[in-house]
Design a protein around this ligand. Sequence first.
Ligand code: C2O
Length: 501
Amino acid sequence: ATVTYDFDVGWTYANPDGQRTRPVMGINGQWPIPPIVATKGDQVIVNVKNSLGNESTSLHFHGLYMNGTSHMDGVIAVTQCGIPPGSSFTYNFTVDQPGTYWYHTHERGQYPDGLRGPLIIHDPEDPHQDLYDEEIVLTLSDWYHDLMHGLLASFMSVANPSGAEPVPQAALFNDTQDLAVRVEPGKTYLFRMVNMGAFAAQYVWFEEHTMRIVEVDGVYTEPMEADMIYLTAAQRCSVLVTAKNDTSANFAFVGSMDQDLFDAVPDGLNPNVTGWLVYDDSKEKPAPKLIDAFEPFDDFELVPYDQEELLDRVDHSITLDLKMDNLADGANYAFFNDITYVHPKVPTLYTVLSTGPNATNPIIYGENTNAFVLAQNQVIEIILNNDDPGKHPFHLHGHAFQVITRSPDDAGFYDPANTPEPPSTPMRRDTILVRPNGHTVLRFRSDNPGVWLFHCHIEWHVASGLVATIVESPLAVQAQLMDSIPSDHWDVCAAAGVPTQ
Ligand code: C2O
């Protein structure tokens, strides 16, 4: 089937935490913006009109592989030019992956202004479908009272040499702080949780109910019990929650922002958002109990349902050493191997298409794009060493990766001699936390020609340059896309004054 959405993106007003009415980026005059919902195998068409008036925009469909349609990945300066105010642009792709995803603008620093929503792909062959009665989409987000434009300017300034990230004012469930979920005794619910936040990871738990994890980032897992889950910005997790057999009380469920991420916690910050499993409307919605320790389930323990085995023969290894430091302008930047990402003028994908056989030479992508060229159908390893005392959630476009190892805090750089054997069926996902001064090692097969970003999903760190470009099988990209990019892609570049040939 074909599923079509007409999205007119424009400013509206909202006050989701009841503290401040502010401009937000809505769709068709509404905010929260609608979910995108499709079924595995569908063709999805999203017609976007940019009515913001003052900013370019795009839409990225987080976690979708975009196999054969890298030009629909929605990343400005990588796979397309920004859609200028007044222009339109159509995304058109097929979804072959079931699961829980989200969509957001991939213009620098923009999605925390509200242009982000869930994207759900149903699966007629969901292996867990007999285990639940109904599904509920549960988004989590941090929330700022101020617009990104001003926050970004002060974040990336000489007045902020330490690179302290702005601390959000609130946390939200489904873009509100007043979420009540009506449940029926004995029924089992699939909660599809999505952290669409800009910065804060969240701990999530249901009081007096156990969760069973069945999916992470679009990958079905063997069911695993958890009392508490940790979801970084951009991660998803689906859990089964079975309602109690009596209706004598209602129960709170809680999202709690990880305050370790914040350089300083402002007085009066409430890091929590509470929702309720409502068994009986006439009964009170209890305040959550205080908890004294956060002990979340470790996602490294998960086993993919398909039992995909460890990719054990590495063809090509990439090491990325991450650090934060100041440049001559006095502002704080983020670096991979001493290079802070600066986006190119011409989207990287178009450079692939215009350079013939030279497209396999990383030099042509510029010195500041952190470009890595991959040959086709190899086992690729990314070693990520975090030489920074902060936590970073890393996301790779176009793939889910196996997580080979992930160190605790302060373990230093990856040393194979000092690392436990990897699991025989490693967990896979598309966004992974690397811990403070620790490391992680990821593997995937280069079976998806395209240009894919690898970046920290903390939106502040995208702005400060914590981004690399993966140019995967560029000659295959040329063969796939040379003559098939629709004209609106070139039109938005022309409107923005970007030369593409
Ligand atoms: Cu959620 Cu670069 O993506």
